[in-house]
Design a protein around this ligand. Structure first.
Ligand code: PLP
Length: 434
């Protein structure tokens, strides 16, 4: 493993950033990072941290992955682009075909953009233009991004919306079927109750014939790592099909094998009309995609949307290396197996730690909810923040999520190993004990 420190020793980048870098961006840590190698991030003092944050599920193959780095180097010397507006480049065309092969029929047509938020905005535009309807239904607690369209369907925190009203009109919110704590972990009860509210919304607030799209994260991310029950996703699929509504799956965080299936909607055996991808797609280079049937994007119309940088050849070359690695190294299966081991280890910790209220989530997208009191499920965000801080001090990077930051989220690399999971569990247990 390459552990060379490439930044002058102990350089304090937070101090260097203070005079000129925008204070707008929130950060989980103020540490100064020098470089990454495999599953470790190294700070400027040369200390390595086991990286189970991955830039929030972005560097899903870890840092400086040899195959991804080689593909980037080769493409940088050949053609950086952007070329989209003047023609085609080989990595972009090849990645579109490879991505299409990972989707069930009829999803075979890919529009590349740059970020998750931008792709969400694009998907909302597509839905409105193609259906000729204004309404969008989103779920409470969702995070779909920061651009004005994506923020309009985001309710995971007031800070994403405050001061930006009026946001997009004709956006309606329904409750997300989070089984814990309200339904005591009972998926079916959560699913049935939330469907009743959605049906009532469609009976009394906006007619189905006015709704262009329903947008959902198959596992709610930022909002607290809540998996949508399969029965709920199936009911949404039926409702959309029966009413000519497009079902948009936001797979920005859940995609690329993260949940133990290539796409999280596959757990429910459904096919959405639109899938939105980003994050892990190019292991850290900016790239995102909207994937639909050919028919849908043909009806959207030539020139109905566009991009300068989207699908740039270097990011797409990285994307090809990502897909090839996931395929050749069976990483979807690895996410399933290692995810079961990690969830199992975390559930064992529950026995001795009443502060763990819930362990949930498929594959390597696991939420551990910390509570002040297990019987009421009252969230303990302060404890989760303290545990994440102590874990980092002990050499493990994990992040929090949820409305009170009460959930420690586990998003290890897809090629995480058994010894790394054991190391992380040991550190986490120490951090829980304080
Ligand atoms: C589910 C989901 N959708 C959309 C986004 C927005 O992506 P980006 O930050 O690339 O704009 C995110 C980012 O965290 C996300 O988790």
């Amino acid at each position: 493993m390459d552990t060379a420190d490439r930044t002058p020793a102990s350089l304090d980048l937070a101090a260097l950033a203070a005079p000129n870098m925008s204070p707008v961006l929130g950060r989980y840590f103020d540490r100064s990072w020098s470089h990454g190698s495999g599953h470790r991030l190294f700070d400027t003092a040369g200390r390595g941290y086991l990286d189970f944050a991955n830039g929030i599920a972005v560097t899903a193959l870890g840092h400086a992955h040899p195959r991804v780095s080689a593909a980037i180097h080769e493409q940088v010397d050949k053609l950086i682009g952007p070329v989209h507006t003047i023609g085609f480049s080989e990595p972009t065309v090849r990645l579109a075909a490879m991505l299409a092969d990972t989707f069930p029929d009829p999803l075979d047509t890919v529009l590349f953009l740059n970020s998750g938020s931008e792709a969400i905005d694009g998907a909302l535009k597509l839905a409105r233009r193609v259906t000729g309807r204004p309404g969008i239904i989103a779920f409470r607690g969702a995070f779909h991004g920061r651009t004005i369209g994506a923020a309009s369907v985001t309710t995971s925190s007031l800070n994403y919306r405050t001061g930006y009203e009026p946001l997009l009109p004709s956006v309606y919110f329904a409750p997300f079927p989070a089984a814990y704590p309200e339904f005591g972990g009972d998926d079916e009860a959560a699913s049935a109750a939330c469907l009743r509210v959605l049906e009532s919304l469609l009976q009394t607030v906006i007619a189905p014939s006015e709704v262009a799209a329903i947008i959902i994260e198959p596992v709610q991310g930022e909002g607290g790592y809540y998996p949508a029950p399969a029965s709920f996703l199936r009911a949404l699929r039926r409702l959309c099909t029966d009413n000519g509504i497009l079902l948009i799956a936001d797979e920005v965080q859940t995609g690329f094998g993260r949940t133990g299936e290539m796409w999280a909607f596959e757990h429910a055996g459904i096919v959405p009309d639109v899938a939105v991808l980003a994050k892990a797609i190019a292991n850290g280079l900016p790239l995102s995609a909207i994937v639909t049937s050919r028919d849908l994007q043909q009806r959207w119309g030539r020139g109905a949307h566009g991009t300068t940088y989207g699908g740039n050849p270097v990011a797409c070359a990285a994307g090809i290396a990502v897909l090839e690695t996931i395929r050749d190294e069976n990483l979807v299966a690895n996410a399933r197996l290692r995810g079961a081991e990690l969830s199992g280890g975390l559930r064992e910790l529950m026995a001795d730690h009443p502060s763990i209220g819930d362990v949930r989530g498929p594959g390597l997208m696991i939420g551990v909810e910390l509570v002040a009191d297990r019987s009421s499920g009252a969230p303990d965000g302060a404890l989760a923040d303290a545990v994440a801080t102590r874990a980092a001090e002990a050499g493990l990077l994990v992040l929090t999520c949820g409305p009170s930051h009460q959930v420690v989220r586990w998003i290890p690399p897809l090629d995480v190993t058994v010894p790394e999971i054991e190391e992380a569990l040991r550190i986490f247990e120490g951090a829980l004990e304080g």
